[in-house]
Write a protein that binds this ligand. Structure first.
Ligand code: ASP
Length: 332
């Protein structure tokens, strides 16, 4: 029987109703008690790492989860991480970069309703996660939710209430779980490189969502706090010119100060292509900026944090940014 480590971090799946609102109160052992049939699938041991609403999870916790997987890697055949849905896509992307060439599955799951409520998605999600984790051919970081197995770099929370909370953005599900069986759409080769855990993340990366009429003066403020900026622009990508060159000048100043600029889009699907319109091409031809293409904003942010945690050399940042990892980038 395979051995799986259940790592709990909190989230709705572990939550109970309190006078302060829903908050995580259940320990992983309590959660498992609601699903006794898991004991027929695999031998589960529990590790309560955090008991947080995922709104309160960030880079320190991503490193903490990666460290827990590293510390227990040899002792288990796979890992199931219980996590709130709100920031699960960020954690899944971060873990995809922090843990590379894993030949074992690291599955994140959670629920829209607590496991001890009458009508809940928690039991199915938990059961499916163990089912996927014990299946031969499962490895690397993924999210299992509502019967979908999504690559850790491709997930996005797209619904705040319904069971089908997650979508795989511009990439097929790795698998679906149907009738108690794993049906694979993508068959990845077993990783050939060495298993590698990273232990640093750069926190000085900011995401700026362009809004019509934005004041270019924001760059001067951001310069006091951040080393890298991801701009979520409109459509395939561009920088506004409101009758003056304030944005181009501010970006010129940003880049000249040795800071990094990355362009992405706020459109949910199909990515950026800065070469299409003058508003994008002009920027790309004037300054050395990076572009996300079809990488999700969650993947882009955590990839940059991971790369810049390890190097400040621009050419190396660029090389690693455009090197696909875990299906994060297809169209560069
Ligand atoms: N606020 C909760 C969290 O992300 C929502 C959930 O788990 O579904 O922790």
């Amino acid at each position: 029987m395979k051995r799986i480590l259940l790592i709990a971090t909190g989230g709705t799946i572990a939550s109970g109703i309190t006078e302060e609102g829903l908050k995580p109160v259940l320990r992983p052992e309590d959660i498992l008690r609601h699903l006794p049939s898991v004991s027929e699938l695999c031998a589960v041991e529990c590790l309560q790492l955090y008991d947080l609403d995922s709104t309160n999870l960030g880079p320190d916790h991503w490193l903490g989860i990666a460290k827990a997987v590293e510390a227990h890697y040899d002792a288990y055949d796979g890992f199931v991480v219980l996590h709130g849905t709100d920031t699960m896509a960020y954690t899944a992307a971060a873990l995809s970069y922090l843990i590379q060439n894993a030949d074992k599955p690291i599955v994140l799951t959670g629920a829209q309703k607590p496991i001890d409520t009458e009508i809940t998605d928690a039991k199915r999600n938990l059961y499916d996660s163990f089912l996927y984790a014990i299946e031969d051919g499962s490895f690397g970081v993924s999210i299992v939710f509502d019967g979908h197995v999504i690559a850790g770099t491709r997930a996005r929370k797209i619904r705040s209430k319904s069971w089908n909370a997650f979508s795989s953005i511009d990439f097929p599900d790795l698998a679906v779980i149907r009738g108690g069986r794993v049906v694979r759409y993508i068959r990845d080769d077993q990783p050939v490189g060495n298993l590698h855990f990273s232990h640093e993340l750069c926190r000085k990366v900011f995401v700026l969502k362009l809004i019509p009429g934005l004041d270019a003066g924001i760059f001067a403020y951001l310069k006091t706090r951040y080393d890298a900026l991801i701009i979520e622009s409109f459509g395939v990508g561009g920088i506004p010119c409101y009758g003056n060159d304030d944005f181009m000048d501010a970006i010129g100043d940003w880049v000249a100060s040795g800071r990094l600029l990355v362009m992405t889009t706020q459109v949910p699907h199909e990515g950026s292509d800065m070469g299409v319109y003058r508003v994008g091409l002009r920027l790309r031809e004037t300054y050395e900026v990076l572009e996300c293409y079809d990488m999700t904003p969650e993947a882009t942010l955590t990839k940059l944090m991971w790369i810049m945690g390890e190097t400040t050399d621009f050419d190396e940042i660029k090389r690693r940014f455009y090197t696909p990892i875990g299906h994060d980038l297809i169209e560069a």
